[in-house]
Design a protein around this ligand. Structure first.
Ligand SMILES: [Ca+2]
Length: 230
């Protein structure tokens, strides 16, 4: 059968042909064609568009450490507290505050003579006062040193941040960047408590070591997020 306009018109206006059958046949053909067109343009078309729309991105982080040090003489048997608040300008320059590293260092001073024994220094950071990922298993919130070696503490600040690049599918660069942008994390004041247990070279009545000079270095690691199409 040849489906041409001429035939259709001829059939429709024909006196002889059983019109009902012809119309029914054309109706079925039309519906089958319509169905295929619908499937092609609407259903498959959407799938094809969706496939083309899924864009892959690499998400990376550039870190910047902002460091500040403070030295305090802590009297034997007493506790001193030092505070740290991140500079608000850092939130304007970066997407977020990733983590805070604290280094506590000291050497033997006031030991009355060369080679005096190192004091014992203990520190702890109470998990409050600042907004941080306090439950993160990587956190090191306390430490002790009795050989003049440094104490290194670590506080995860931005929830979920690990500075490992990743690949994402879908979404838009703006959405990904907004996921990694937050100026709440790290807000507030971090505090470190320092305790010194001084160790003297010789027992009394010789002069006793009564304190230690402790330096605390706060290193705030802020990051910028970099999203690239791949
Ligand atoms: Ca000392």
């Amino acid at each position: 059968m040849i489906l041409s306009d001429e035939n259709i018109l001829k059939d429709i206006f024909s006196e002889d042909a059983p019109k009902r059958t012809i119309f029914t046949l054309y109706g079925v053909i039309f519906m089958v064609m319509f169905y295929h067109a619908l499937v092609y343009f609407v259903i498959d078309g959407e799938k094809i568009m969706a496939r083309n729309e899924i864009q892959e991105y690499s998400v990376g982080f550039l870190e910047n450490a902002s460091t500040i040090s403070e030295t305090r003489v802590v009297v034997d048997g007493e506790s001193e507290a030092l505070d740290f608040t991140a500079d608000e300008n850092l939130y304007d320059s970066f997407n977020g505050f990733g983590y805070l590293k604290i280094t506590v260092s000291y050497s033997e001073t006031g030991g009355f003579g060369v080679g005096g024994p190192c004091d014992t220094v203990s520190v702890d950071v109470p998990p409050n006062g600042a907004s941080a990922d306090w439950q993160n298993p990587s956190n090191i919130l306390a430490g002790t040193s009795d050989d003049c070696s440094d104490i290194n503490l670590y506080i995860a600040v931005f929830q979920g941040y690990s500075n490992s690049s990743q690949t994402l599918s879908g979404g838009s660069p703006e959405e990904i960047i907004s996921q990694w942008t937050n100026n709440e994390y790290g807000g507030g004041t971090f505090t470190i408590n320092i305790n010194v247990d001084a160790t003297s070279q010789n027992p009394p009545p010789l002069p006793q070591d009564g304190d230690e000079e402790v330096t605390v270095t706060w290193s705030a690691h802020f990051f910028s997020v970099v999203v690239e199409e791949i």
